[in-house]
Design a protein around this ligand. Sequence first.
Ligand SMILES: Nc1nc2c(ncn2[C@@H]2O[C@H](COP(=O)(O)OP(=O)(O)OP(=O)(O)O)[C@@H](O)[C@H]2O)c(=O)[nH]1
Ligand SMILES: [Mg+2]
Length: 402
Amino acid sequence: MYQLGLVGKPNTGKTTFFSAATLVDAKIAPYPFTTIEPNKGVGYVRVKCVCREFEVRDNPRNSICIKGERFVPVEVIDVAGLVPDAWMGRGLGNKFLDELRRANVLVHVIDASGSTDSEGKPVRPNTHDPLEDVKFLEREVDIWMYQIIKKDWDKLSRSVESGRLSLVKVLAERLSGLGISESHVMKALEESGLGGRKPSLWSGEDLLTFTSYVRRISKPMIIAANKADRDEAVDNIKRLKRELKDEYYVIPTSAEAELALRRAGATGIIEYLPGDGTFKVLKEEKLSKAQLRALEYIEEKVLKRWGSTGVQEVINVAFLKLLRMIVVFPVSDENSLTDHEGRVLPDAFLVPHGTTVRDFAYLIHTEIGEKFMYAIDVRSKRRLPANYLLQHRDVIKIVVRR
Ligand SMILES: Nc1nc2c(ncn2[C@@H]2O[C@H](COP(=O)(O)OP(=O)(O)OP(=O)(O)O)[C@@H](O)[C@H]2O)c(=O)[nH]1
Ligand SMILES: [Mg+2]
């Protein structure tokens, strides 16, 4: 399963975001370092299902369909907070970043209300500039990677220059523990312009430049401007969006609001679909005065102000825009849209853009890949060649040799 990692300084709402996205209970508290061991759970990318278009009732297996919206699972991991100079051992250090090795995308959760200092201690709202947190986190992650690369760099660069080892292979091997591949390294060498330069001539600065490229390529990041329900966050979010527009998607979020709505939704007191801009109270009599007030607050300060709580949007933008992934619906029968067991539209798979139908066949099962003959586009009933590039929300049938 693809994985999304939540990062940031302590006390910004990472665990609240995690719980809101996964409905897994985890400790949330208004002080730093509440989380020490990582939390893991399943969250969802939300896409329009194809069931309504095909006018069928589906029986999803690997995903969930609610009111024509398909929720495709992704793993969410929430780690401890990171403080400036964690790489030197401050706070909890940066060892726990190793937990993010499998993360395909990072969500930097910041406190947009400016009410926590650089270490996550509560301060008066708007006395800390959240923009600073963005730069600090990039640096901490860079140094974490840099330390891994620079170990016996001299020895490594000599073996590269003597022709015994290839630079790409050496770097990829060094970084493989962080989930970084040869293609990530190749891209970073190319984009940084360092590919043509002898490794023994790389300065410390060059190494850091390379690290920063490889970080952006292998762990792309999106910003959740959290605590957006607080009035102090409003101007900050405008400024963050403006200042960071060339580098980041900045999405206002209220993780706390999302958690409250999801929990109320799970008990059936309200009807709420993650990502929606509205909710409906179903059992008003079950709501306490405090709960009613909380719902009014959410309506006023979050939904009317921002359109949604932002949590679902963050997950969607992370996978569908930043990683440019698509969702594909495979079926075994192009007429009934079922699998072998008669389930209608059973699966929805998240795959990288650029996936061909043959790649997709291999993703489903090696044997299906090996026996692949052609595919059928269920909408047009046309045959698709092996190198057809899958499109978002394609429904396909794969035909294999017997
Ligand atoms: N107003 C507001 N408060 C929030 C929001 N999200 C989280 N909080 C509060 O922020 C505090 C910290 O939340 P956590 O989720 O524990 O933060 P964390 O980033 O996981 O903290 P560490 O585990 O210590 O790194 C708690 O008091 C939350 O209730 C939000 O959207 N709005
Ligand atoms: Mg936490």
